[in-house]
Design a protein around this ligand. Structure first.
Ligand code: ATP
Ligand code: ZN
Length: 645
């Protein structure tokens, strides 16, 4: 066999026989490296110690002390999990698997019922047993054709093999179980100690919703128990803060792929929060000079052809409905053309500008099924939308006004963890955008100047602009650590041109207005998801779906009084319930706390005779006796002032 040259991390080179294995390279360097090696990197790619090398390459031996060894642990865990699944269910098929920063996953397909979350413990036990047996994994290079025959019973594996360019594929065998791919497994299986199986969820084969739904098993593995425990703790905290967990525990909303993926159902309590938010923002906008309107969710497709959405945004749109006789209707993905129609309905004079049209506009976007997440990313959403039509020389002033509105609103919701992003077009990909270099340069410059002028910190991001113009986005983080846009202000010179919008200027001539698209609190869906996570479900009184829970000590003696108190509070617009169930008082108090209700009021003999209430605030250990009217006044004041508690 011919020779190849291997280059080591220190730059030194060595001639070796082609076909040498990384394990042999490690052994040739020294005994301790031979023992501690777990994998190698060949030209930066992680490979198994038994994977022969046939070409000149850069090589790095990975030991159990290197961070890259985590990947080997996770690959090994996937392999063992697959092996025990195959033992348990000989008919099971496997889709893709992946190791990533979060851990690993393995897609499975079982003919009858899918693998369930209750089984994870059993699967882990089986993995432990298998590890204790110190099994030998056989590793070899196999001809693509031979491998294809071996996996032919599994349609997914067959497709994965077929997708390989190489003729020779690394294969790993344990008894009858066979797996393959460019990856590294631990040389000694017994060293896999710190791993955990975490959860299961549906996932489409290769991420396409037209493909079969497989069952994805999630897990993770680490180099030390300390790392594993820290990760499990972090996961528990995230889960507790995840709006999907809070939404379920407080019964606020649900999304069920069986009734429609990405289509949210707002339960009464979630709907109450939404209604409060909607009323709040409408009032705030009306006070800021916006005119609120209602426009249809359906529109003639031609409008989206004119607006450019059909050319630039089609992927995210639901397919048009062919109504016959040439009529095509489209579910709107944005409200802009609707508000343009409102603007066009009358002739406008320069004296009316800026004209601010706003709506809580429902829209539909066909988001990829893999991207859907609770209320954060949905397919039907209601945007706190607004379009301001301004003269050129009003842009900067209006931009600042919108920004000020945002800052005021954030203050009321106690939002203070966000950053400003100036979103520009991607200079290397200009065909994705409205074609007018001068417009882009000018409007990007304008936004930047206004931000500098207001002394606000921001960062710049190329490629994040809308197709019709640059934006200022306000970025926040979800509990899962994803960055999401909460608010946005967008400049648009294009749509006024396309829709031939005009106003009559001081000179009596027609002029083009500029449009500013803006969303202050995003969609109701994303915003309320954000609030759930930010408040960890403990909404301040003004937003809480139930603001106070009254608990009579005895229904026969105290219920009347409780009802009168409820009536009085309800008349003032407060949301008050009575827990008159036949349960122990302490149980009811505990439950009111679990439901994160701001005030729990206990009514007993003393309260009735002294016109007092015994009040326990959410999160506090003790109750305090308060005069009824003073208590009610303080709650009303909290609501009015958007108080943070
Ligand atoms: P993203 O980048 O998050 O997809 P976008 O830039 O396409 O958003 P816009 O067209 O500016 O969003 O929409 C206005 C606002 O609507 C966004 O700032 C975002 O907060 C919210 N939003 C967008 N898509 C969704 C969705 N699928 N579900 C819930 N809210 C959404
Ligand atoms: Zn718009």
């Amino acid at each position: 066999m011919s020779n190849i040259s291997l280059e080591f991390p220190d730059g030194s080179k060595q001639e070796v026989a082609a076909g040498i294995k990384p394990a042999e390279v490690a052994a040739s360097i020294g005994n301790s490296l031979k023992k501690s090696a777990v994998a190698a990197k060949i030209n930066g790619f992680l490979v198994d110690l038994q994977r022969p090398i046939f070409q000149d390459a850069k090589i790095e031996i990975i030991t159990s002390k290197d961070a890259a060894a985590v990947e080997v642990m996770r690959e090994t865990a996937i392999f063992l999990l697959s092996a025990v699944l195959k033992q348990k269910y000989p008919e099971i098929n496997f889709g893709e698997h992946q190791v990533n920063d979060e851990g690993f996953y393995l897609d499975t397909d079982k003919a009858d019922a899918q693998v369930s979350v209750d089984e994870l413990e059993d699967l882990k036990d089986r993995m432990q047993k298998l590890i204790a047996e110190k099994p030998e994994i056989e590793r070899q290079m196999m001809d693509k054709k031979e491998l294809a025959e071996k996996v032919q019973a599994d349609p997914y594996k067959s497709a994965l093999v077929a997708a390989y360019d190489n003729v020779q594929i690394p294969v790993f065998k344990l008894g009858d179980f066979i797996d393959f791919g460019e990856k590294a497994l631990l040389p000694e299986i017994k060293n896999l100690k710190y791993y955990q199986l975490l959860s299961v969820a549906g996932a489409y084969w290769q991420g396409k919703s037209s493909n079969p739904m497989l069952q994805r098993i999630y897990g993770t593995a680490f180099l030390s128990d300390e790392d594993l425990q820290a990760d499990l703790k972090r996961r528990a905290e995230i889960k507790e803060r995840d709006h999907r967990t809070i939404g379920r525990e407080l019964d606020l909303f649900f999304v069920d792929p069986k009734v429609g993926a990405g289509l949210a159902y707002w339960m009464p309590k979630g709907a109450t929060i939404r209604r409060v938010v909607e009323r709040y923002i409408i009032d705030k906008e009306v006070a800021a000079g916006y005119q609120h309107v209602y426009t249809p969710v359906l529109m003639n497709l031609d409008a989206y052809k004119t607006s450019g959405h059909w050319d630039h945004y089609r992927e995210d749109m639901f397919p048009p409905m062919d109504m016959g006789e040439g009529e095509m209707l489209e579910l709107r993905p944005m409200n802009c053309p609707s508000h343009i129609e409102i603007y066009k309905h009358h002739i406008h004079s320069y004296r009316e500008l800026p004209i601010r049209i706003a709506e809580l506009g429902m829209m539909h976007r066909y988001e990829k099924s893999g991207a859907l997440s609770g209320l954060q990313r949905v397919r039907e959403m209601t945007l706190n939308d607004g379009h301001t039509f301004v003269a050129l020389d009003q842009i900067e002033d209006e931009f600042k006004k919108v920004l000020q509105l945002m800052l005021d609103v954030y203050h009321d919701f106690a939002i203070d963890n966000y950053s400003f992003r100036l979103s520009y077009r991607d200079p290397a990909n200009t065909e994705k955008y409205f074609d007018d270099d001068e417009m882009w340069n000018r409007s990007q410059g304008m936004l930047k100047a206004a931000m500098d002028d207001m002394g606000l910190d921001y960062y710049e991001a190329e490629g994040e602009a809308a197709f019709y113009g640059p934006k200022l986005d306000v970025q926040t983080q979800t509990a899962l650590g994803n960055e999401e846009t909460l608010s946005t202000i967008q400049l648009d010179f294009m749509q006024p041109e396309r829709f031939k919008l005009t106003y009559v200027g001081e000179d009596g001539q027609e002029h083009r207005p500029v449009m500013i698209h803006r969303g202050v609190i995003s969609t109701m869906e994303r915003f309320i998801a954000y609030l759930m996570e930010m408040y960890k479900g403990a909404f301040p009184t003004w937003l809480a779906p139930i603001q106070a829970m009254i608990i009579p000590v005895r229904n026969d003696l105290h219920l009347d009084y409780a009802q009168k108190l409820q009536d009085d509070m309800r008349k003032l617009g407060l949301r008050v319930e009575i827990d008159s169930r036949n349960e122990k008082m302490n149980y009811k108090i505990r439950e009111a706390q679990t439901q994160k209700i701001p005030y729990t009021i206990v009514i007993g003999d003393r309260e009735v005779s002294d016109a007092k209430v015994s009040v326990r605030k959410y999160g506090e250990q003790n109750s305090a006796e308060e005069d009824i009217s003073m208590f009610i006044d303080s709650v009303v004041a909290d609501v009015k002032n958007y108080s943070r508690t």
